[in-house]
Design a binder for this molecule. Structure first.
Ligand SMILES: [Zn+2]
Length: 143
């Protein structure tokens, strides 16, 4: 589906690594857990799996009342991110929606993962995962 694009955005995709429970198939994201959240296997045997950079909105909330210096309304979504291979289960990622109009947002809307480097702790960058509705004008031509 997104083969060529996948190669071009490898650096970004390296952050889209989920961990699949080898007992039940549940995919943990972003961290590898010691105990599987679904089957309770402990210590769980997780295997790293590459996630696709596009997924669909499973559910979302729109935050309306936030401190003054934070832009509102601010939508936050749980996004179902399939595995890049197309096999297995999708991971559920939680993140803010950015560059997205509320009118285009619904359950099932396709969104793209975006990373923003928040700051560096001196050793490695601290990233934040956000999602945005892909722009048709940019499709395939970004970066
Ligand atoms: Zn499990």
């Amino acid at each position: 589906m997104s083969g060529p694009r996948y190669e071009r955005t490898k650096r970004q995709d390296q952050r889209l690594v989920g961990f699949e429970c080898q007992s039940c198939g549940w995919v943990s994201f972003p961290e590898e857990k010691r105990t599987c959240k679904r089957c309770g296997d402990a210590p769980a045997d997780f295997e790293a799996v590459q996630l696709a950079e596009r997924g669909t909105v499973e559910t979302f909330v729109v935050q309306q009342y936030l401190p003054e210096d934070i832009e509102t309304p601010q939508p936050v979504a749980v996004v179902s991110l399939p595995q890049a291979s197309g096999a297995g289960e999708a991971a559920r990622a939680y993140g803010l929606l950015t560059e997205t109009h509320l009118a285009e947002l619904d359950v099932g809307t396709e969104v793209e993962a975006r990373f923003r480097e928040l700051f560096s702790d001196g050793r490695r960058p601290i990233n934040s995962l956000k999602f945005a509705v892909p722009r048709a004008s940019k499709a395939g031509g970004e970066e």
